[in-house]
Write a protein that binds this ligand. Structure first.
Ligand code: 3HC
Length: 693
């Protein structure tokens, strides 16, 4: 219906008009919803029998924002700003009644109302920054008028969801009403407003918080400085700050125009396109074509872990945080004790930073049991093996688990590279075996690669996929191949990073290029952090690679004060003259004539082979879709979300460009650059991998 009457209705409860939005799943502000709200508010305004209006939503939530799926398409229907203006200019009080989440355009709509009430479980926020945008319907102008500039800066640049009570304390919510009784509470509130003849409080006219902020002129620059690291590379946060600054200096309508002038280029830009793509990619990753939502899952109420090392401990913490008891088994007593102590130390460090209550440290530790006996893994619903990366050891462990684990228990390997089918074959129940690959630090990184072993049952795979969100992870389904999706592509980048250093770049050039691209650090800084001697021993060292040479010199990374870089007492990295000489000698010894590389050449050599490998992964069906590969890189390796992941990035540079480079390197350097068939097809057809760039 053109006037949105199908999704927004008006009814009367005595003198109160009730406008209800009913547009599942999340009442997003589609053209029909915008038309409907503006239309019903106008009708209620014209109805002499109505003295106040309540704006309410049906279903699970208040309006969750603009309809993101309409972005980038030609505008239709009532513009959002006009709809909000219709609410604010209504001649009688409008009360927004909030449950679920009032987000983005949803909160902006509520800010157009004269009053806001909410149930205690409701949350409000302006998350546009997470989509590479600023609030574009008055949020940057109205919010600071209600909560002040400082709080508005925090809320708008973080996109945080603020619980109703905290929102009430900052003035954003006028009253909290009883849970489950929003309609009654909001109507009662509206009646009081009428009975007390309270004024039409238009947020646009509020000035006291603006005046208060004007007395603190250094506020904005101090905020920029304090958050420089967090905002690095992103365009939207600076846009948010500028728009709020405009609210301090400009009359309201001019402020709205300034907001629009910042919003529009962001909306048209690549960063926002990438971030909107990631929003949908994340939701898409949960969907597995042959595992519909109705697929039965197995209960996971207790977990066993084999191995109390860094990975095992980190994995355990995820389950403890979710209130799931964990039994962790180690072979040696001292290793078990060290592992348990590390978990406690991590929790205590979090508590010391105020991010966990001291009592919660104990609650979590009480859910943890250490053991030296595999036999103690007979009762758990899920057992995860997190031992040394060695096929024979893993097979032995799974054969033992097969003997002790209860029938139907899921047996998962946290292997980073190895063949999970082969591991499964060491048991008599391959249908219960899968890979659950966590990323280091396992209690922090969001990614969980669920490796679908050939014989794993649908129930087992569906259970692992559903378990992801319960333990705060994004589960991405991948197939069995060396290194799965993430590490398989990483190996390409690592090979080229090493080769670039042999051919003419310095380690810090390579690291700088990736850092400037937006990654948290480059491969050499990463090696120094992790320790160069992982998997190295003096007895077996051949002294051939740079890494081996550095280890032999006892430059083993940050822990020894030197590695690829020199480190001072505060662990600040500095390029090393010694390493520079070592690199030059290394190239000479290999008979390589060094040459200069531009930053662009370095970037292409590091990233294009990853894209080519991603295309092979798709071709072989080891990932379900290009966007899953992108989610792996964003949540597991810190790929900058504003670049959308390697496959989205490929679409921004074009498959043709990537192909041309791969062909060049294939003929100049070697067959490892052989372009994938899929890359060739995309280049020929001009089609994208993601269809979103
Ligand atoms: N537009 C279009 N579709 C949306 C949407 C939106 N704003 N928000 C959610 N959806 C869709 C999801 O894609 C998903 O679809 P699917 O079932 O087909 O995959 C469905 O609604 C349910 O969403 P979730 O799976 O995320 O459900 P949850 O219950 O986990 O979360 C939520 C609900 C907290 C509302 C979450 O969906 C969310 O954070 N949404 C985005 C909120 C947002 O960013 N709003 C700002 C939009 S930009 C804006 O308003 C610009 C303005 O300033 C001009």
């Amino acid at each position: 219906m053109a006037d949105g009457a199908g999704v927004v209705t008006l009814e009367r409860d005595g003198e109160i008009g009730i406008v209800t939005v009913d547009s599942p799943p999340v009442n997003a502000l589609s053209a029909a919803v915008r038309d409907g709200i503006a239309g019903r508010i106008r009708e209620a305004s014209a109805d002499d029998g109505i003295r106040a209006i309540v704006l309410l939503c049906a279903g699970r939530t208040f309006i969750a924002g603009a309809d993101i799926s309409e972005f980038g398409k030609p505008p239709k229907g009532t513009p959002l700003n006009l709809m909000i203006d219709t609410i604010e200019s209504a001649p009688k009080p409008v009360v927004a009644a909030i449950h679920g989440t009032a987000l983005g355009g949803g909160l902006e709509t509520a800010l157009g109302a004269h009053y806001r009430v909410a149930v205690p479980s409701a949350k409000v926020g302006l998350p546009e920054v997470k989509l590479g945008l600023i609030p574009g319907a008055g949020g940057t102008q109205r919010l600071p008028r209600v909560v002040g500039a400082k709080r508005a800066l925090e809320m708008i640049t973080s996109g945080e969801q603020v619980p109703a009570r905290a929102a009430q304390e900052s003035g954003l919510i006028d009253a909290i009403v009883e849970e489950g009784k929003l309609r009654e509470g909001a109507v009662a509130f509206a009646r009081t407003v009428v009975a007390e003849a309270r004024p039409l409080r238009k947020v646009r006219d509020l000035t006291d918080k603006i005046e208060a902020a004007k007395a603190e002129p250094g506020l904005f620059d101090a905020f920029r400085q304090a958050n420089a690291r967090k905002f690095r590379g992103f365009e939207a946060p600076e846009g948010c700050i500028k728009a709020i600054e405009a609210a301090m200096t400009l009359p309201f309508d001019e402020g709205l125009r300034a907001e629009r002038a910042i919003f529009e280029p962001l909306m048209a830009g690549t960063q926002s396109k990438a971030q909107r793509y990631v929003f949908f990619a994340e939701r898409e990753a949960r969907k597995v074509p042959d595992l519909p939502d109705s697929t039965p899952t197995l209960p996971v109420e207790s977990v066993g872990i084999v191995g109390a090392g860094t990975m095992g401990g980190g994995i355990a913490m995820n389950f403890l945080n979710a209130g799931i008891p964990v039994t962790i088994v180690e072979a040696k007593k001292e290793n078990l004790e060290r592992g348990l102590a590390t978990i406690r130390k991590n929790y205590e460090a979090t508590a010391a930073k105020g991010r966990l209550k001291p009592a919660d440290v104990e609650t979590r530790m009480n859910l943890l049991t250490g053991s030296l006996e595999m036999a103690d893994l007979g009762r758990q619903d899920l057992v995860i093996e997190a031992i040394f990366e060695n096929m024979e050891l893993k097979k032995e462990t799974f054969a033992k688990l097969d003997q002790v684990a209860k029938p139907g228990a899921i047996l998962a390997s946290n292997t980073s590279y190895l063949n999970v089918d082969e591991i499964a074959a060491a048991t008599g129940r391959p249908e219960s075996v899968i890979g659950m690959h966590f990323f280091s630090p396992a209690n922090v990184m969001r990614l969980l690669e669920v490796v679908r072993a050939e014989k794993a049952s649908k129930e087992v795979v569906a259970t692992a996929m559903k378990l992801g969100p319960k333990i705060g992870k994004l589960a991405v389904l991948v197939g069995v191949c060396h290194g799965f999706v993430g590490n398989r592509m990483l190996a390409e980048r690592q090979r080229e990073a090493n080769r670039l250093v042999e051919e003419g770049a310095m380690p810090w050039d390579v690291d700088r290029v990736l850092y400037e691209f937006g990654l948290p650090m480059g491969p050499f800084a990463m090696s120094d952090l992790a320790g160069l001697d992982i998997g190295w021993s003096r007895e077996t060292s051949k002294g051939e690679t740079l890494r081996e040479k550095l280890c032999e010199m006892d430059r083993r990374g940050q822990k020894t004060g030197a590695g690829f870089y020199d480190y001072d007492a505060s662990r600040t990295a500095k390029p090393s003259e010694l390493v520079e000489r070592l690199v030059l000698d290394h190239s000479k010894a290999k008979g390589i004539e060094r040459r200069a590389f531009t930053d662009e050449q370095i970037l292409e050599r590091l990233i294009f082979p990853m894209i080519n490998e991603g295309a092979k992964i798709l071709e072989e069906g080891k990932a379900l879709r290009a966007s899953d590969i992108d989610m792996v890189w964003i949540t597991g390796y810190g790929w900058p979300v504003y670049r959308g992941g390697p496959m989205f990035y490929a679409d921004t540079v074009g498959a043709r460009t990537v192909l041309a480079r791969m062909e060049e390197w294939e003929s100049e350097i070697g067959p490892e650059f052989k372009p994938s068939e899929l890359l060739r097809r995309k280049a020929a057809s001009g089609e994208q991998f993601t269809g979103a760039a």
